[in-house]
Design a binder for this molecule. Structure first.
Ligand code: ADP
Ligand code: MG
Length: 755
């Protein structure tokens, strides 16, 4: 890596969503204001008591308010990034923020509405338009889609959604997801289809989509490979990878009151997100030499985007309403730190894992194979013609020499000729009466075999040709439609002009800003005409500076508070985990014999790839194939016993410690060949009716007072006892409703509850 490589900061933009209907209905106050020109977000404290408190101001690369259009964001912020991906840089877009602030809206947007499409679909359009305009370049575009939930990676494009993938690392290409599927796509439509399939899988796996999506990270990856003939006459391949990341909601997950498994789960849920925060802090801090990329799957996978060789944009999404103010401030502080991360973007030229190279080589190989086949065939035909006496017929020049043009027709003719010839010969044999029957059969069989061979050969040739065609179709080339092309170019030109204008406007504003600052400093150097004037000006100045000082002080205080809260939470988690650990140690010390423990400790090792503890198999070192003799773990006993059990055994030899099992070993369960019973899905209407029918009879209220007078005396206690079970007995119940007057009436056997 060269030292003079230019570094650039992570670009951070903030987008504030509009108030939603609920917030408007509840008449929440808007506490966020957005100064698009100066790139500032201003947050007021909504509390009455702190009315005197100054609003907090944050400055970013660009900011977008509630009126911002998706396409504006794309043109100003994302288009340049995607452009550099097309040049061979790696690029990443993170959407960060509290749940419900518009991360998914920014990344995906509203499907089927061109105005409200997010970055992902807009980038599809951008990439394929770029390719169609390109010239003398070959492209290969592929897409993957994955999700990280509770530190497990799931391939959203895989058929088997229960499978979890692992991260692997290679020294040449870095960290990657093992066995992650990627689909080669040839058009906007195809890549959209890939996205839709992934989105569907995402919602299918989740029982509660809202909760799931707010706790998981979704990463859509587009890889664009481009091959171009350079001046040195060699084909060079550049590979750009675009990671589009919809992060989990940044709101604090409450961990209070969680123990054991639940605690572990809670700490796992946003591990990736807090690790992301720690990585950002460590990168910005400048003092720490260790960046904790390895702490989570997300940071490991996207290591390159944070302080690496990729270009990165972070979109921080916030909500405008007063009740969100704490989370909004947290998000703003977080992103404020992120803008100080420095990356060193670099083009990936001729990387080892370029798929395009493989494709090109495979196509060349198949073509050569096909050529060989055709060559063979032609020689055969020439030979045949010579034998059959066609040699006097003039061979047309182009027919044999020029392969490519007449290949199709030529091929067809050849096969037809061959088939016809065989057919003719077969007929001749059939008609030939001089042959003996057996001989005929033999000859016919031979001919049939020849025909079979011919057919097979033909099919193989066709298959090869089809394969070449299929592979070639995956490589995209541009410059097809010239008229359309110029139109497009014009449009592009206009767009560019717009962009340039926008840029200039921005520059002007920056200039203004700088000038106003300069003025401030100039004031200090000014000479004053009178002492009074000097006092006035300086007092004004002092007031301004004092206000600034107060703002900074308040910010420091806030940060300290946030810090303390965070630390308390971490301490609490640590305490819980320590307690857990202590309990485990206690169990091990008291219930697992020392020698057993040592054996396990000796066999255990950390698998760096999987990041799990594993057990080494019991084998002899010198001979790997022979199993070691079974270790004598409990001499004289049937099983390993703990000290307590041994003592108890001696004291009272007949008690249960005799065969106490201490180590619980898992059995190897055979693969299940039956299916789990699944309840049929019942429509809510039917379910309600069923429930009604099966309801316990306790709940049926029957007015039985009228029967009372005539039948009660027969019962000693004066009440009719209801059978204990709620089941219906075989006894027929009264055909008359209890309230209907007139005989014959006889008491129902049960279910009557006298008042
Ligand atoms: P998140 O993914 O951060 O949880 P969503 O993207 O699902 O949030 O947004 C929540 C709701 O707010 C959605 O209904 C979305 O349409 C709406 N929304 C978010 N941002 C905007 C915006 N800039 N303009 C209009 N509607 C928005
Ligand atoms: Mg979302």
């Amino acid at each position: 890596m060269s030292k003079n490589k230019s570094s650039e900061s992570v670009k951070v933009v903030v987008r504030c969503r509009p108030m939603n209907d609920k917030e408007r209905a509840a008449k929440f106050e808007r506490v966020v204001s957005v100064d698009v020109k100066l790139g500032q977000i201003i947050v007021r404290n909504p509390r009455e008591a702190s009315a005197s408190e100054l609003p907090k101001v944050f400055t970013f690369d660009s900011v977008y308010d509630w009126n911002s259009k998706q396409i504006d964001l794309y043109d100003e912020t994302f288009r340049p990034l995607v452009d550099s991906v097309l040049l061979g840089f790696n690029g990443t877009i993170f959407a960060y923020g509290q749940t419900g602030t518009g991360k998914t809206y920014t990344m995906e947007g509203v499907r089927n509405d061109p105005e409200r499409r997010g970055v992902i679909p807009n980038s599809f359009e951008h990439i394929f338009t770029h390719i169609s305009r390109s010239q003398n370049q070959q492209y290969l575009v592929r897409a993957s889609y994955l999700e990280i939930y509770q530190e497990e990676i799931k391939d959203l494009l895989s058929k088997d959604q229960s499978r979890r993938l692992e991260l692997r690392e290679r020294p040449d290409t870095g960290v990657y997801v093992k066995d992650l599927l990627s689909f080669v796509t040839k058009s906007v439509w195809e890549i959209e289809h890939v996205m839709n399939v992934g989105n569907q899988n995402r919602s299918v796996g989740a029982t509660n989509m809202n909760e799931h999506s707010s706790r998981s990270h979704a990463i859509f990856v587009i890889t664009v490979e481009c091959s171009e003939l350079s001046v040195d006459g060699e084909n060079h391949i550049r590979v750009g990878k675009l990671n589009l990341v919809d992060l989990a909601g940044s709101e604090r997950q409450t961990k209070t009151g969680a123990h054991g498994e639940r605690l572990k789960e809670a700490t796992k849920i946003n591990l990736s997100l807090s690790a992301l925060g720690n990585v950002i802090s460590a990168l910005v801090d400048g003092r720490s030499s260790h960046i904790p990329y390895r702490d989570s799957k997300l940071t490991r996978l996207l290591q390159d985007s944070l302080g690496g060789n990729a270009r990165t944009v972070m979109v921080a999404n916030i909500g405008p309403a007063s009740y969100n103010v704490e989370e909004t401030l947290t998000t703003l502080r977080y992103s404020n730190r992120a803008k100080n991360i420095k990356n060193k973007p670099r083009i990936n030229e001729d990387p080892k894992d370029a798929l395009l190279r493989e494709f090109q080589e495979e196509i060349a190989r198949l073509k050569a194979q096909l050529q060989k086949r055709l060559g063979k065939k032609k020689k055969r035909r020439q030979r045949r013609r010579a034998v059959e006496g066609h040699d006097d017929e003039e061979l047309e020049e182009g027919e044999t020499e020029d392969d490519d043009d007449e290949d199709g027709d030529d091929k067809g003719d050849y096969w037809r000729e061959q088939q016809e010839k065989l057919e003719r010969e077969r007929k001749a044999i059939m008609d030939d009466h001089s042959l003996v029957a057996e001989e005929k059969v033999l000859l016919l069989k031979e001919k049939e075999k020849k025909m079979e061979d011919l057919k097979r050969e033909r099919e193989a040739g066709e298959m090869l040709a089809a394969k070449v065609k299929a592979m070639e179709s995956k490589l995209l080339v541009g410059g097809k439609n010239i008229v359309d092309h110029t139109n497009e170019q014009q449009r592009m030109l206009e767009q560019r002009r717009q962009e340039i204008a926008e840029q200039k406007r921005r520059e002007r504003e920056m200039q203004q800003q700088m000038e106003s600052r300069d003025e401030e400093t100039l004031e200090l150097k000014e000479t004053y005409s009178s002492l009074q004037q000097e006092v006035d000006i300086k007092t004004k100045k002092l007031k301004k500076l004092f206000a600034k000082l107060q703002a900074v002080k308040a910010e420091i205080q806030d940060l300290q508070e946030v810090h303390i809260n965070h630390r308390q939470e971490l301490e609490q988690t640590q305490n819980e985990l320590t307690r857990d650990l202590k309990l485990k140690h206690l169990i091990i010390e008291n219930f697992i014999p020392l020698e057993e423990k040592n054996k396990i400790v000796n066999r255990a090792y950390m698998d760096d790839e999987d990041e799990h503890w594993k057990m080494k198999p019991i084998t002899r070192i010198e001979d790997e194939h022979q199993m070691m003799t079974r270790p004598l773990s409990a001499v004289g006993y049937r099983r390993p016993l703990c000290q307590h059990a041994r003592v108890a055994l001696i004291m009272k030899p007949d008690i249960r410690y005799k065969a106490e099992n201490i180590l619980i070993l898992d059995m190897d369960m055979p693969a299940q060949t039956t299916k789990e019973y699944q309840e049929p899905v019942i429509a809510p209407k039917v379910a309600a009716a069923l429930e009604d029918a099966l309801r316990d009879e306790d709940e049926i209220q029957v007015d039985a007072s009228r029967f009372h007078s005539s039948f009660a005396p027969t019962s000693a206690s004066g009440s009719l006892k209801k059978p204990k079970t709620g089941k219906k007995s075989g006894t027929p119940t009264s055909p008359f409703s209890p309230s209907s007057p007139g005989p014959p009436l006889y008491p129902q056997t049960r279910g009557l509850v006298p008042k």
